[in-house]
Design a protein around this ligand. Structure first.
Ligand SMILES: [Ca+2]
Length: 200
């Protein structure tokens, strides 16, 4: 059962329970809410952030990356891309084909992701990216590959990348990333403010 189905059923059960107890107006309101969730399921994407407060909090999630950029003594930690705060960011240490990954601790079914830039540094968004999935953190399967991404990206907002298929893995890695920022090693100056997943 998906999260949307779970919520729809939950609110319908609440509506039925209230109707049974006293038949108040709350029945109508709660039923309307259930209908709104049904429509949400049809028309909208439910974006999910693990809202990390450290590289391994909340448990059992673990975020790691191939490297981290150090700027004026501040390490731009991988989990900053999963903390729900658009002002904090993860950056690679001038490393073309860098990667960042999350271990969900158990399989999670997703059908896309969305990313937004580090504040005011749109040119460091990935311009190429390969999304991988793994169940053991060692053997990786390619889910989808993107190139020339920046030409369609909107600065200052999330940019969504749907897979066209639902997949289920424990580990997800955004790898093979380069940017259009600078040249040479600067193509590895990838930075990302936030990453969220489309739960399916
Ligand atoms: Ca952030």
């Amino acid at each position: 059962m998906t999260l949307e189905e779970l919520l729809t059923n939950l609110f319908q059960e609440i509506a039925d329970a209230i109707r049974y107890v006293d038949g108040s107006d709350q029945v109508i309101k709660t039923s309307e809410f259930a209908n709104r969730i049904r429509n949400l399921r049809k028309d909208e994407i439910l974006w999910y952030s693990p809202l990390m407060t450290s590289s391994n909090t909340p448990s059992p999630y673990v975020v790691t990356a191939s490297s981290s950029w150090v700027q004026t003594g501040n390490l731009q930690r991988p989990y900053y891309a999963f903390d729900g705060n658009k002002a904090t960011w993860w950056g690679a240490n001038l490393e073309p084909n860098c990667w960042i990954q999350i271990d969900f601790g158990s399989n999670k079914t997703i059908n896309g992701l969305r990313i937004r830039e580090r504040l005011n540094l749109f040119s460091q968004m990935p311009n190429t990216m390969t999304v991988y999935g793994s169940n053991d953190g060692a053997t990786w399967e390619t889910i989808v590959q993107y190139s020339d991404m920046q030409k369609d990206q909107v600065p200052g907002d999330y940019n969504a990348y749907m897979f066209g298929v639902s997949v289920s893995y424990r580990y997800y890695r955004l790898g093979g990333m380069t940017t259009t920022y600078g040249s040479g090693n600067l193509s590895g100056a990838v930075s990302i403010g936030e990453i969220e997943f489309s739960i399916s």
